[in-house]
Design a binder for this molecule. Structure first.
Ligand code: ACO
Length: 438
């Protein structure tokens, strides 16, 4: 497929590993922001040892030029641009272009990209009938993942992973159709007719139109909601090698097509420890509010090692200081609620929870701060988005990041299938006893 990308690292010396009477020197590579990693690719071949890192807490799975984040300093940059600058100066479609193509678009490139997306916003009429088969209470993430997977049944003309033209058209189809697929999942759940996309509207307005208009009643999209959605999609657009992106890369590494890879990524994002946390967070806030707003009780429960309860929307594998995305969203949340004069009791619970948790030794010691999902739910609620759709909106935001990583993977010289090793802990060899003797 397309030209290869610059994934060069600097030589940063070696480390010497001694094990028994074996000694080996392993190269250390350094990335453009000074991060260093030991290249262990020859370790097993020369010593028979593999590395063990459950949960990939300390494993760099790839070199990547898409997103830089520094969890200690709370830095997040897409293609070198700070997330705060992008949120201030760009819309989501420009950010999608940046992630996928590596540079911000010129006005002509942006116009061309937008028009390419607009051209593909409708889904095949036969695909609409898929929705009849889903139960009405199906989770929209399950529908999203299924319908995106099914794109490969409709667009068999664009599945060659090594054909740049086919990949390009698949990218347009995904960016254009995901909002339509998502809005239809919602319409299905409430029994309303599906609304065709309106290509006179921009990306976020069009999504809100498909969510809230009906054939009997046009919906005037509130510009504040469209602006808030645009911001939320931008801050969710990429986050380097997170669980769903690693899934997209893992599936893509077998040369599975882009639709199949993204469908798998949607499945990974659904989990409550990942993108599903925004839904879980609002459910938790609702529960606390319904329980009289006793925040301390829930904080104590989160600290209790005999309880499996965790404060949803708190903590992050990488951010151990603050989550810059949470800061941007928090400001947007304050602005939106003040402007619309919304007094959401959940917001008060959220505020109180944050205050209690941030002062509590347990959370301070473990560096557990509110993450991106903590406030996004309150904004979505203000916009009238139902809770089950929260992670679906996260998917819309994350799509360009998934695509960028899938493309980068395929442009990597010497790309190989992802295939981790393991330390086997099962039974040693034993003999099968025939069933009549067991
Ligand atoms: N509430 C209470 N305690 C917590 C929380 C929490 N939300 N998060 C972590 N801890 C505690 C753990 O119990 C553990 O304590 P210990 O050292 O005494 O055993 C310590 O903090 C470290 O936690 P780990 O689970 O080891 O941290 P890990 O990096 O593996 O997990 C995760 C990160 C999954 C985000 C975790 O913090 C969590 O479950 N948070 C709640 C779910 C959530 O908000 N997820 C969204 C993440 S953002 C995203 O994906 C977009």
């Amino acid at each position: 497929m397309s030209s290869s990308v610059n994934l060069e690292t600097q030589d940063a010396g070696t480390v010497r590993l001694t094990y028994g009477d074996q000694e080996i020197e392993l190269p250390v590579v350094e990335g453009s922001e000074g991060e260093r990693g030991i290249d262990i690719s020859v370790l097993r071949g020369t010593t028979g040892l593999v590395t063990l890192d459950e949960g990939f807490v300390n494993t760099g799975s790839t070199r990547s030029a898409v997103t830089f984040l520094d969890g200690e300093k709370g830095i997040l940059r897409y293609r070198g641009y700070p997330i705060e600058d992008l949120a201030k100066h760009c819309d989501f479609v420009e950010v999608a272009y940046l992630l996928i193509h590596g540079e911000l678009p010129s006005p002509a490139e942006a116009a061309n990209f937008r028009s390419g997306i607009r051209h593909h916003t409708m889904i095949h009429e036969d695909m609409r009938s898929f929705y009849n088969g889903f139960p009405r209470d199906a989770h929209p993430m399950a529908i999203l993942s299924s319908v995106v997977g099914a794109l490969s049944t409709f667009y068999q003309d664009s599945m060659q992973v090594d054909d740049p033209d086919q990949v390009e058209i698949s990218i347009y189809r995904l960016l254009a159709k995901l909002p339509t697929i998502a809005a239809y999942a919602y319409k299905k759940s409430i029994g309303q007719p599906f609304m065709y996309p309106n290509n006179d509207l921009d990306y976020c307005e069009n999504f809100l139109h498909m969510m809230f208009a009906t054939p009997a009643h046009d919906h005037l999209v509130d510009p504040d909601f469209a602006e808030a959605l645009n911001l939320l999609l931008i801050v969710h657009a990429d986050h380097e090698q997170n669980c769903s992106t690693s899934t997209v890369r893992m599936v893509g590494s077998s040369n599975a097509n882009l639709f199949a890879s993204i469908s798998a990524g949607i499945g990974a994002l659904w989990g409550p420890l990942h993108g599903g946390a925004n839904e879980a967070c609002v459910n938790m806030l609702e529960k606390i509010a319904a329980d009289g707003g006793n925040v301390k009780k829930y904080v104590d429960m989160a600290k209790d090692k005999n309880s499996s309860f965790r404060l949803m929307g708190f903590g992050h594998r990488v951010y151990k200081n603050f989550d810059p995305r949470a800061q941007i969203i928090r400001a947007c949340c304050d602005k939106l609620l003040a402007k619309l004069n919304i007094d959401d009791p959940l917001f008060h619970v959220a505020q109180e929870l944050q205050d209690v948790a941030l002062e509590d030794e347990y959370f301070v010691e473990r560096k557990l701060y509110p993450n991106v999902d903590f406030y996004s739910g309150v904004i979505y609620r203000a916009m009238g988005i139902p809770v089950q759709m929260f992670t679906v909106l996260f998917s819309l935001g994350r799509l360009p990041g998934w695509i960028a990583h899938w493309k980068e993977l395929h442009a990597t010289p010497g790309k190989r299938i992802y295939r981790p090793r393991q330390i086997y802990t099962g039974q040693n060899e034993r003999t099968v006893v025939p069933i009549e003797n067991r």
